[in-house]
Design a protein around this ligand. Structure first.
Ligand code: T4K
Length: 371
């Protein structure tokens, strides 16, 4: 039997090599490789324009953006966050010596449950760190109301929410700060990369100093900053990616629609749908398996897909609260995180990326539908 090609949960989209070579020639000519060079400046401006945000600082990756966002707002003590995310969300707190306090997620789109936040607030709480998981917007109005009442900062982990808009307004315009990731596995990639979005010039300056060791001038260091700068090669690559991003997103949308059309009504498979008024960017295509109704467990399906060379991923299983670093925390007790635990046991993210062809999608659907 002919062996089928391995299909992974994602595959990065790259700009045309010839276009990148032209930019590389300019870099080879100028010998400006990093430290806020011309491509960095241009990319920062064009990206902010594209996203519809005022102030954006590029970063080497999303994790350092998160770590620096917490530093920029001088967040300390305890921070309320979700266990249903990639470990980097909580690791950013750990790197700042902040205690994570896990709160359960809501049952519809799996973002932090606003009605459970208040009970977790203590005199040590200084901020909330929610995640727009799978690019689904958090309940931003309710979260902001709680933050205003208790004087807390809000930092959104928007690593999955590139290009997501609510009624035409970028999701990145909410909260005190938002962070993005441009990792190779994301909708928009600069190989590795990330950004912090803020809402005033003073904060942007502060963030720019923090990502450059704290330098505020040749001889002035204002804080123990880190080296989290994006280099010129990645900024040039990012500029090219911006030319193609709309095409990338619309291809993803087509794939999501095809999956939804064929999987709607399949017993035991739950899908997430687009939200009215929201422009989605289809970073992931998670499905949720109800073992009893589907008559097969999520893990058995995951293995069956693997046997057919389809490598779906169980994002985000296990929950962050189950990892050794965090599982001793009182808020990590499974009884405190019932919905998150149950969703983590059901999820499997199906392959979605612009170059995924229809034949392969049909093959994936066939495995899911015809057991
Ligand atoms: N906050 C949230 C909510 C996040 O999801 C993330 C990252 C962050 C913060 C931190 O942002 P960064 O510091 O990463 O910028 C991946 C990514 O490494 C990570 O960026 C991402 N979230 C997370 C959800 O997924 P892995 O270990 O699952 O990826 P990996 O290497 O297994 O890749 C998945 C598949 O993609 C591979 O099987 C093949 C394909 N692939 C991957 C890479 C890297 C390619 O075809 N080409 C490639 O270059 O973590």
């Amino acid at each position: 039997m002919k062996k089928t090609k391995e299909i992974f949960v994602t595959q990065p989209s790259l700009p045309p090599l010839e276009e990148f070579t032209e930019y590389l020639k300019q870099i080879w000519g100028s010998k400006i490789l990093t430290n806020n060079g011309p491509f960095h400046k241009q990319f920062e401006n064009e990206l902010a324009d594209y996203l519809g945000v005022k102030y954006l600082s590029l970063f080497a990756n999303g994790t350092l953006a998160l770590v620096s966002a917490l530093q920029a707002l001088r967040v300390t003590g305890e921070v309320i966050t979700t266990p249903f995310s990639f470990v980097a969300t909580t690791h950013s707190l750990w790197w700042n010596n902040i205690k994570p306090v896990f709160v359960d997620i809501e049952p519809d789109y799996f973002t932090l449950a606003p009605e459970k936040i208040e009970a977790a607030i203590t005199p040590q709480t200084t901020a909330i760190l929610p995640v727009h998981v799978y690019g689904n917007p958090c309940k931003i109005d309710e979260i902001q109301k709680i933050a205003d009442t208790y004087g807390l900062k809000v930092i959104y982990d928007a690593a999955h929410a590139f290009g997501v808009r609510i009624n035409g307004n970028s999701i990145l315009n909410f909260g005190d700060l938002s962070i993005l990731s441009f990792h190779a596995t994301k909708v928009f990639n600069t190989i590795e990369g990330g950004a912090i979005i803020c809402h005033d010039e003073k904060t942007k300056k502060q963030i720019d100093h923090l990502k450059n060791f704290g330098f505020a001038g040749e001889t002035t260091v204002i804080a123990p900053g880190i080296n989290a700068k994006m280099n010129e090669l990645q900024a040039a690559y990012g500029l090219l990616q911006l030319k193609y991003i709309e095409e990338y997103i619309s291809k993803r949308k087509e794939i999501a629609e095809l999956y939804r059309r064929e999987l709607t009504g399949v017993k035991g498979i739950r899908l997430l749908h687009d939200i009215k008024g929201v422009d989605h960017s289809y970073t992931y295509f998670p499905v949720f398996i109800d073992e009893k109704l589907y008559d097969e467990s999520r893990d058995a399906l995951y293995e069956r897909l693997k046997k057919n060379n389809i490598y779906g991923r169980r994002y985000f299983y296990p929950l962050i609260s189950q990892f050794p670093t965090y599982r001793g925390l009182p808020s990590a007790k499974p009884g405190n995180l019932l919905i998150a635990n149950s969703i983590a046991e059901q999820v499997i993210c199906l392959p979605i990326y612009p170059d995924l062809d229809k034949m392969t999608i049909k093959r994936i659907l066939n495995i899911l539908i015809n057991k």
